[in-house]
Design a protein around this ligand. Structure first.
Ligand code: SF4
Length: 737
């Protein structure tokens, strides 16, 4: 064995973005551990990070393009694959128009430097309205609420956990996730430190999660009823004179409108609907208001429900009304070193956001953040007429498993005239493709997080070089995307991606530097592709060297040279400078949100169904695509149905035996795990399973396929303001199998 070399790489598998130390010898990974000197994660790692070795070596991972011939995938060269796309896609667009092609983006796309920076170029070339992503499956409500309140959809405040004394969490399990829309590696360590300094952690969740087990206080809540608890708490703040805007007072609009809007939602009125006693709701509001430094954080459970946008909005209404927004120890806005819209343009105001600029053709669902709800994709393919989707490009996405009613979508994909997948696997979705274009392994790719520094517990800048050279013939994703864009534009598959990129960069430089563009182009001429974009973004960013005007500032060379990254300090108050609303204020009472309160008002008296289902997160899993890695797949079965002992007894269910879970949408079978951690009347099953579909090539996952929760979900149920799917709180029946 040759002497081992050590490489440092940001883990791209989840939002925690941990720094890893990877030992390599003889061109093989021999060890992965947390990088102790990483300025952001300080050595933390979870089992998924170690499993990057399995992902890199996975024999099922695609290394060459596949083209379907006579119904079977055959290996092809890149030229053959692009030729097939060029033969079929442009004529289809010419015959049926741009909206005939749809595109989906999956969760891993948010973790790929090249995909995030160059995906928009393919979207622009396509010019289709039919863009869909995983965001409308789990997080769009938070984008919408923050967009309307603060003026940009990525201006999402995060708890300043290291200085907080009181943290109230709803529908979040960062013990398993290490944060979501909140990048916080080693949440456990930080939560323990909060408690050790006398702080309090309070968790609201229909399951006593791993996070709830660590908390000082946990309350069960009826799934999907967070909006009622939050309205009751906001009502209490006004009712008991606890509103304190503090420093933010001059920058907040709409306080009176919120006060009027919540009048119908006293704790006594909402208690039964949310399942938390009125006295507890009042005490939670008082504790929040009385704590020295406090923050409220809501995550996936608050988003994947009928009232996702309202719940997400009310989380930050609480932060504002208690004077905790933008204060140390409260909910704060990170200042990313690059790519953040809330550090660009005029500080303090902007155009704000708009939704509904177009609508989906069949259901009339409004566009949000440039995309349509993922749950509309199947009907857009199935329904004939002008604008019908006839071709699809999927990018790192597996909606057949991750979206409600996967069987309907799978059948719809078979009706397409043409489908291209950029994917590392033949999975439950890409098996339907005509052409699959593989991506490099993460260890063969450079990396810089574009989105997550905007939601990080501490400001930082970190860059990772590739651990291994790109295999001969493998294209980086940014080149694949530019080639697809060139095909769509009619430039042909043989177009020179590097030249296209040069032209694009020149346009970008012109936008940012005007008459000084030539100097910026020259200063970055030693770089290509995403590295060049990053260098420019760092240099013009809030910590940048401004192309020499601030010599002590950042550029790519400096960030790249700093093994473990560059620490940019604790979060600091940013209001009003970060606001991009037209008024230059925090819009506490957007009119559409107030109007939408009529829905929970009508729903107040509704009784809970006897049994509802929710999902859950496991530290060894992340959506559908990590079930093929032996290190993560081994151990106890994870796709189990957690049921409260009283429910198990009532329904005749035995621990370890199989149960049928069904409703009008479908029926699945899962192993029962009896657990007092569940709220009575609620069953929990993790999502992203169901690896038993023909044609997928996930040999490890297929050994223990699990059941697909999404088969039970109704694709027509969405939060109307964000288009987000309803994934939790859906009525089901349970019977012994
Ligand atoms: S928590 Fe695990 S999967 Fe997530 S970034 Fe860290 S090591 Fe990777």
């Amino acid at each position: 064995m040759t002497e081992a070399t050590v490489h440092h790489r940001i883990c791209p598998l989840c939002e925690a973005c941990c720094g890893l130390e990877i030992k390599v010898a003889d061109n093989k990974v021999i060890a992965i551990r947390g990088h102790d000197e990483d300025v952001f994660s300080a050595g933390y790692i979870c089992p998924k990070g170690v499993a990057l070795k399995d992902l890199h070596e996975d024999p099922d991972r695609l290394r060459t393009p596949l083209v379907k011939r006579d119904g079977q995938f055959v290996e092809a060269t890149w030229d053959e694959a692009f030729a097939e796309i060029e033969r079929r896609l442009p004529p289809l667009i010419a015959a049926h128009g741009r909206d005939a092609v749809a595109m989906t983006l999956g969760n891993p796309a948010a973790h790929k430097f090249g995909l995030l920076l160059y995906g928009p170029q393919l979207m622009k070339a396509l010019g289709t309205k039919n863009i869909f992503s995983a965001s409308t499956l789990d997080q769009m409500p938070k984008h919408v609420s923050c967009g309307f309140m603060f003026g940009n959809m990525l201006s999402i405040p995060v708890p300043d956990i290291v200085r907080s004394d009181y943290l109230l969490m709803l529908g979040a399990n960062p013990m398993a996730s290490n944060g979501s829309l909140w990048t916080v590696p080693d949440f456990r360590g930080k939560a323990k430190a909060l408690r050790a300094r006398g702080g309090k952690l309070v968790v609201i969740d229909p399951r006593r999660t791993e996070t709830a087990a660590l908390a000082d206080e946990h309350h069960f809540i009826r799934p999907g009823a967070d909006v009622f608890l939050l309205l009751g708490m906001v009502h209490t703040l006004f009712d008991e004179g606890l509103v304190r805007l503090g420093r933010l007072g001059p920058f907040v609009a709409g306080v009176d409108a919120v006060q009027s809007a919540v009048q119908a939602f006293s704790p006594e009125t909402v208690a039964k609907r949310c399942g938390i006693a009125a006295a507890d709701i009042r005490r939670l509001a008082r504790d929040l208001a009385g704590a020295q430094r406090a923050a409220v954080y809501g995550r996936i459970g608050t988003c994947t429900q009928e009232y996702g946008t309202l719940a997400s909005w009310l989380v930050d209404v609480l932060n504002v009304l208690t004077g905790r927004l933008d204060e140390p120890g409260g909910a704060m806005f990170p200042k990313a070193a690059a790519f953040a819209a809330n550090t660009a343009g005029t500080p303090g105001s902007g155009r704000g956001v708009a939704t509904g600029r177009h609508k989906s053709r069949v259901s009339g669902a409004p566009e949000v953040f440039g995309e349509l709800p993922m749950t509309c994709l199947a009907e857009e393919i199935e329904t004939p007429g002008a604008g019908q989707v006839r071709a699809l490009i999927t990018v790192a996405s597996n909606p057949v498993l991750s979206s409600p009613n996967g069987p309907r979508l799978a059948a719809a994909l078979d009706q397409l005239d043409f489908m291209v997948s950029m994917d590392i696997y033949v999975n439950e979705t890409s098996r339907h493709a005509n052409v699959i274009l593989p991506a490099p392994s993460p260890l063969e790719d450079v990396h810089y997080d574009i989105a997550f520094p905007q939601m990080s517990w501490r400001n930082h800048a970190r860059f990772s070089d590739a651990v291994f050279a790109l295999p001969e013939g493998q294209l980086p994703e940014w080149v694949t995307l530019l080639k697809l864009a060139a095909i769509v534009r009619g430039q042909g598959a043989q177009a020179d991606a590097v030249q296209i990129d040069d032209e694009h960069f020149a346009r970008e430089a012109g936008k940012h530097f005007g008459e000084h563009a030539a100097r910026a182009i020259e200063a970055t001429s030693h770089l290509k592709g995403p590295r060049r974009m990053l260098d420019m973004a760092l240099r013009i960013g809030p910590h940048g060297d401004q192309f020499g005007r601030k010599p002590e500032g950042l550029n790519l060379a400096k960030v790249q040279a700093a093994q473990g990254g560059i620490d940019l300090g604790e979060l600091t108050p940013r209001v009003p400078e970060m606001l991009r609303t037209p008024s230059g204020k925090i819009e506490l009472a957007p009119a559409t949100f107030l109007a939408d309160l009529s829905r929970p008002a009508r729903d107040l008296a509704n009784a809970a169904p006897p049994m509802v289902i929710i999902g859950r997160r496991d530290v060894r899993s992340n959506n559908s695509w990590m079930h093929n890695l032996p290190l993560l797949a081994k151990g106890p079965e994870r796709c189990t149905a957690l049921v409260h002992p009283d429910d198990a007894k009532r329904l005749g269910l035995r621990d370890g035996a199989m149960a049928h879970i069904s409703n009008a949408n479908g029926r699945i079978e899962a192993r029962v795990q009896v657990s007092a951690d569940m709220m009575p009347g609620v069953v929990s099953l993790p999502h992203g399973w169901g690896h038993n579909l023909p044609g997928a090539r996930l040999s490890v996952a297929a050994e223990r396929p699990g059941a697909n929760l999404n088969d039970l979900l109704d694709e027509d149920r969405r939060d109307p303001l964000s288009g987000n799917a309803v994934l939790g709180g859906v009525a089901v029946e349970l019977l012994p199998a």
